[in-house]
Design a protein around this ligand. Structure first.
Ligand code: GLY
Length: 559
């Protein structure tokens, strides 16, 4: 009894609060879009695991509890900063299969075959997630690999409670695609849809995860699982072979580093465009006079949109897989001089015009997921991974139980063809065998006094870059608390199409009219971004975590 009371008192003294807005804790924090996955990560921290261990366990748990984006059939990026401020990144972006060609989505007249690059078996890239998590664990993990995968095996094999967030898509897939992999995905052993409140088990996924638990990287890329993936592809006209899988390797890369006033910003280098664009925009912000640019004022929205327009123009022109584009001018784009030049082009009274005769891209998946982790020693992980569309290609093998990505849609599909509606045809991101497609994922860690201070990221296709950028700015410039920085009004501009998207009901009609009078075109969206962040209060040794309220099942879990 005494022991129980002591444990209870200890726990309330450590977890200061847990509200919808934010969670405060001293010993560790995981913020993800699934409360179950966040708790899995925190359990690992409680067992003595470090931030990388917790990230691995959380990622595998999300593959079970948040299957629209959590995955083993997709890819992503991890930024890791240890308590001493040393930073590294892991690139586990999907790759084009060896048989891919730059005209693989075109008909005989050279036109793009509708949906071929987004919703067909050929839209699947060679998955990278298992390789990335394994590599990060091999280098920086402390607990055993099996102990980190086991919670996901249990969630899949023993099941968890079906929630309304999953049930909506479950009903839609059943209605629209009966007799398909997705039509049966949420069904029980009798073939009936599992209802909210009932236990949903995924036995095939449990077996695939058990192979990964037992054999690590090779449990996915070699042996039985690889054989089943390759035979599924062959049977259904896909391109991925055993050789593609056996050759896949995650890559540890140097992070991109920028500064904003006294802060250091670390983010993902190409093949993500996220870090380059984020740092470019923060450099531009550093030149602004925030006495003049009050948060959410017309001038503020105008300036932020103009910064976005320029960063996205640079993104379209220059960025792709660095291993195929050795000449990319990343250092120039990140330089303070480049920001000065760009700053000089901005007219504070008028919207610029995006030159639609050059580049642009309209199509974009927005089902990605981000989580942030901090452990008791102050090590931090920022991890974003994706299947591209919600539930990716919506294809999978019943024997394996997981969903394949449709990430090939992130390549430029038609060489040389760029349209004002927004399709890009520029070279850096054209399809080539074994190339990684350009991404917008922006897992980011900001350091203050050389130590992790802000861990942040979001899903949302190209809106990711802009929602992360505005959240970072809200914390660093406007000193907002993390939950407020995440929730307040955000906009998105991506050069082409040439318009500002704003969050409905969050921008005043007067501001909108004033922006239109300056030459901007505006349209609304219900929400932008699903941000998951941690801010570290070093003075008091407290981690403050917040999960975006637009995430139905999200949670900042701390202890
Ligand atoms: N598939 C979304 C991204 O990588 O940006």
């Amino acid at each position: 009894m005494k022991t129980k009371l002591t444990i209870f008192l200890a726990s309330i003294s450590i977890v200061f609060s847990h509200s919808i807005a934010q969670t405060k804790a001293k010993n560790g924090m995981v913020v993800s879009t699934s409360s179950i996955a966040s708790d899995v990560g925190v359990d690992i921290l409680k067992k003595g695991g470090n931030a990388v261990d917790a990230a691995v366990a959380t990622a595998f748990a999300l593959a079970v509890t948040h299957p629209s984006a959590g995955n083993i059939g997709g890819g992503g990026f991890m930024v890791f900063m240890n308590a001493e401020g040393n930073v590294t990144t892991f690139d586990f972006r999907e790759k084009a299969p060896l048989k891919a060609t730059n005209d693989m989505y075109l008909d005989e007249e050279g036109n793009l075959i509708r949906n071929e690059n987004h919703l067909s078996i050929k839209a699947i890239g060679v998955p990278g997630t298992v390789a990335g998590l394994y590599k990060a664990h091999q280098k920086y993990g402390s607990l055993s690999w099996a102990d980190l995968v086991q919670p996901a095996v249990d969630l899949a094999s023993k099941g968890f409670t079906m929630n309304w967030t999953l049930y909506g898509p479950a009903e839609r897939f059943r209605e629209r695609q009966p007799d398909s992999f997705m039509g049966d995905y949420f069904a029980d052993s009798q073939g009936e849809l599992v209802q909210p409140g009932e236990t949903w088990t995924q036995s095939a996924l449990g077996q695939t995860l058990a192979a990964i638990r037992d054999k690590g990287h090779d449990g996915f890329y070699k042996g039985d699982v690889a054989k089943k993936i390759a035979s599924y592809m062959k049977k259904n006209g896909g391109l991925i072979t055993k050789q593609d899988l056996a050759k896949y390797e995650a890559i540890e890369r140097e992070p991109l580093k920028g500064t904003y006033k006294d802060y250091e910003i670390y983010s993902m280098p190409p093949p993500s465009s996220g870090g380059v664009a984020l740092i470019e925009m923060m450099n531009l912000m550093e030149l602004a006079d925030f006495e003049e640019l009050e948060f959410n004022s017309t001038k503020y929205v105008h300036f932020v949109a103009e910064a976005m327009r320029r960063a996205f123009a640079d993104r379209a022109e220059h960025l792709g897989d660095p291993d195929f584009n050795p000449e990319m001018p990343v250092n120039r784009l990140l330089s303070k001089d480049h920001a000065k030049n760009r700053f000089g082009e901005i007219d504070m009274q008028r919207a610029s015009i995006s030159d639609s005769s050059r580049f642009g891209q309209l199509y974009d998946g927005n089902s990605t997921t981000h989580f942030s982790v901090m452990d008791k020693n102050g090590n931090a992980v920022s991890l974003t991974y994706t299947l591209e569309y919600g539930y990716g290609s919506r294809l999978g093998s019943e024997e394996l139980g997981f969903i394949f990505n449709n990430e090939m849609g992130d390549f430029n599909p038609v060489p040389g063809v760029t349209t004002s509606r927004g399709q890009i045809g520029t070279k850096p991101n054209l399809i080539e065998p074994e190339k990684r497609m350009l991404s917008s994922m922006t897992p980011t860690i900001v350091a203050k006094d050389g130590k992790p201070y802000l861990v942040i990221g979001s899903p949302g296709g190209r809106t990711i870059i802009n929602t992360v950028f505005q959240t970072v700015l809200n914390v660093l410039e406007f000193d907002m608390e993390i939950h407020r920085a995440i929730e307040v009004m955000k906009i998105h501009h991506q050069w082409l199409p040439d318009r500002i998207i704003y969050e409905r009901d969050m921008l005043s009609p007067d501001t909108r009219k004033a922006l239109e009078a300056m030459g901007h075109t505006l349209s609304d969206r219900s929400r932008l971004g699903v941000l998951m962040g941690i801010r570290y209060d070093a003075e008091n040794g407290i981690m403050v975590g917040a999960s975006d309220s637009s995430s139905g099942e999200g949670k900042a879990s701390g202890y």
